[in-house]
Write a protein that binds this ligand. Sequence first.
Ligand code: SF4
Length: 303
Amino acid sequence: MTIKCNKCKHDAIIFQKYSGMHLCKKHFSEDVERKIKLTIRKHYSVKRNETIVVGLSGGKDSSTTLYILNKIFGERPDIKIVGLAIDEGIEGYRPNTIQSARELTDRLGVELIVRSFKDEYDTTMDEIAPKKREKGACSYCGVLRKSLLNKVALELGASKLAIGHNLDDEAQTILLNHLKGDVARMVRLAPPKELEGLVLRMKPLRQVPEKEVALYAYLHDLPLGFGGCPYAHEAMRREIRVMLNDFEVKHPGTKYALLSGFDKLSGILGKEFPQVGLSKCSICGQACTEDVCQACKLLGRNQ
Ligand code: SF4
């Protein structure tokens, strides 16, 4: 006997252990979209005449972010949505994901902009990765990509930069920062405030579990992603991911509890660790907290 949706008579396609609900395709999709609308309303209120840039990696998370933002705001003539894909120069991985991003934006009728590390920094991750370096490849990639996303979003006059971090990403990062004792970094994880020179980053999926993002993407024929990046070696995050998934099975709602506990704490922490004022990087002009930004330091431009 098939199990029925708790909200209608159709067959359920998912059981949310944390909520105790069986949901059919329609009510599951509505639930995901409801969580995203609530997150946007609570943390990132979108006003009239805004441009929202969506960082697109071609995977399930950013594709779902674009799809749902376009569903919510796409009909509004005063809101512009633009997809932005960064080509870090990772052969055998990134070209396929950019092709997926292109197919999705074509399908949705959304403009796609592609910018590359090669054009911006005159290097690629394939060139950086084999070199002797102080930090892991993802640290270089993450800092450079974040900087380029912000730069292009500013050029486009955007007021929001949406990224596809889901509940699992957020819960893992909160725990990772706890385990490293990195409180300052934890504070920066809180939904941000507007700062000059930094386009406000929004994470519409932060209340949606990764498995549900994957199911939503599958049900709506969105890209699911291509294999893994060859440079992904964040061992500690992988361990935390396994541990949290195990906890979630034994204690449903653990990931939500971590996030909501963090949201309550972040206001208090923000008073102890106030956001430092931003200045302009003396080399590239991007907003930063020191004389030279992290991207320029990692590229050795300050030597
Ligand atoms: Fe960049 Fe690391 Fe992601 Fe690969 S896994 S795209 S190196 S951040």
